[in-house]
Ligand binder design. Sequence first.
Ligand code: PEP
Ligand code: MG
Length: 893
Amino acid sequence: PKYVYRFSEGGMDQKDLLGGKGANLAEMSRLGLPVPPGFTITTEACRAYMRDGHVPPDLRVEVTLALREMEDTLGRSLGDFHEPLLVSVRSGAKFSMPGMMETVLNVGLNDASVQGLTAVTGDERFAWDSYRRLLQMFGRTVLDIDGELFSGALEDLKTERGVRDDTELSAEDLRGLVATYKAVVREQSGADFPQHPRQQLDMAIEAVLRSWNTDRAVLYRRQEGIPNDLGTAVNVQAMVFGNLGPTSGTGVCFTRDPSTGHSGVYGDYLPNAQGEDVVAGIRNTVPLAELESLDAAAYAELRQAMRRLETHYRDLCDIEFTIEDGTLWLLQTRVGKRTAAAAFRVATQLVDEDLITMDEAIARVTGAQLGKLLFPQFDTEADTELLTTGMAASPGAAVGEIVFDNAQAVERSEAGAKVVLVRRETNPDDLQGMMVAAGILTARGGKTSHAAVVARGMGTCAVVGADELDVDAARRELRVGGRTLHAGDTIAIDGTSGRVYLGEVPVVDSPAMTYIAEGLDAGRAAAPDEETRELVEAVHRILSHADAARSLHVRANADTAEDARRARERGAEGIGLCRTEHMFLGERRELVERVILAADDDERDAALEALLPLQREDFVEILRAMDGLPATIRLIDPPLHEFLPDLTELSVEVALAAERGENDERRERLLTAVRRMHESNPMLGLRGVRLGLVVPGLFALQVRAVAQATARLRGEGADPRPEIMVPLVGSVRELQLVRQEAERVLAEEGRAADMLLDLPIGCMIELPRAALTAHRIAEQADFFSFGTNDLTQTTWGFSRDDVEAAFFSRYLANGVLRISPFETIDGEGVGPLVRAGVAGGRATKPHMHIGVCGEHGGDPESIHFFHDAGLDYVSCSPYRVPVARLEAGRAAV
Ligand code: PEP
Ligand code: MG
């Protein structure tokens, strides 16, 4: 295979092979934009390296050829004594993994070429500073030397010289530091720092390939659901310098505001600095617009490149650039990350500018982003004490205890506390803490700093660059405005406004969400502000297009009239699952106990009799709320352990009562019955249809209640549309028996009410046997609904109540699972059963109506699967209905 692509050879569609960065560098080169020359080593080389444990031999040859071409173009050679070419060696995977892998800059510098660099730039200080940066990065990244040894030596030198800032060190100081660093390298690695430029390059390339599998990269991929076997590409590119003095600098810009979507000039610029300084948030940046006054020509050229890229990609782009002594260079671009709100607004703005179609617009946003618009916000009316304000980097509202490091963050969150991670700035080593934190707060850095980028990617609320904060991590103290806060103190941060509050602040639903649900003019007291209105309109446009495009219907899982109303407001087209067992909790629990444990028919009938009116009222309310729309009512499916008293507890109670000399006959009878019915595996026990067939009258009671509720509502002129659903069916005979009884009850109630009550009767498909015998079961079913929670449980043999906590983290870590199969449908293992169930059902009844009501019904990736599998609808929680509508639309375009 070909392992090396010149920038002139690749293009934006080759992200699999060249990684995102490499593909886009190639694309920019082809557009004729000013990109420093270079080449990309493919992800295939990385996969070969991981497989074989060494760099493929062909790679060295290909690198030589590409490097020579680069040298010829530039008229300089790598590490040359006179006019050295220096290169950067950067990772770049298909999916952005900000800061997770390694980078080595200034490769090619050695004791000789540092002189050449001095001569060319006329800046001895700069040359030695570049050399010490190479030693530091190379030592840490390539030779695996503890970075503290380098940064510690730098700190010592500054203390010795009595200076605070690196820039105050002289060329002479830095030359001395280089000597110190070389000694560190020799001591720690047992060999001298390699002087040969090509050897440096080869070692740096190998280190970057290796960095695909660092702990933090693996952890990040697990968090983001990125497959482990993709590998990273490596980009080798001529260095340009933003730290050559006041006519140089480096920055990051967006073609539109990545928070609001408004077009304009957005970004950060840092004069006289290298790119890493911006990302690390080491110094505070200036707004990009100020570049115009610093260097009007470079600014104009940048504006033009921004427009060019946005038109070419037809999307918001972010761009990293460097100005080297007045010359603009583009170092990276990509379709920019953005907030959820911006995604919707940018998509509709691009439609209005005729750059994309509505079909493309719905592909540009995701259900996950829409989900984020449901993020809670702080109650702005509440009494609050503002501590300070920073930059709003990632939306949301977080309240928690202050923690200052990973260890504390993990310890406190494992103890059940919500934590806000407070750092001067973050770096990739803070990832663990960031992952468990409810919010992230930093004192330094801009909207493109590590903290901001990572938090946005994780959907964690973050405020960055709150520069009034004095963070003293060593003493675990935070000073601001004359106050000192300690670890454990509560603060609240608002990732939408950038405000930081002392103490608890009450959280309310996002105002946008309420408008998205109820419409902009649903007679609410407060009119939305302009920004909210724009966002809501954008979301509505996209949702209505998704509604028009989708073939899947969207229903809700709702057990109460309140849920039903909420779901309807959000666009649900019916109830896909009304779990009736929830109606038997609370005060009614005792009645159910009596039904299940009854000693004789009379006792049971009495209990059933008492339940009937209660159950009927439940159904009246729900059916009224869903008037005119289907409502699937599932007959009771109680895993018995959730319903009956716990055996151990009850035994203790009875024993204690006996000791006290009390004689509680009811309790003792209950104990005997519970003992009799106690199950080792309740999830696989007397549940669902099995219970219905074992306890006479229980299902009949429910069917009767549905029938009476329907008759009553029809009598009032309403249009109730209940469907009766039988859970946990494994054999057609089970369903047949229930159906016979249900039909008998419906006929009886129909006669009594003088109307035809031929309600649809169907069943859940939630056992492998049901899926595999669906053609038989369909003989007795008017519809199917996949219960993918139980289907996943029984296919994997995973107890759904236990295993996620018990060992999924291990399974996610070692790659058995990419994501919990209870969250996203396991397309490989459970998927074929769903497909078999659909095929079986429709073989018997070609137009059989089929849906899904497991939790997967609200999961974006799963919804695409259900669309492909040919289902008629998904059913999910009321809050997720808009998300499901959007994803169903996206699946269809
Ligand atoms: C299911 O099993 O997927 C289902 C919807 O039923 P329950 O979660 O109530 O078992
Ligand atoms: Mg189930």
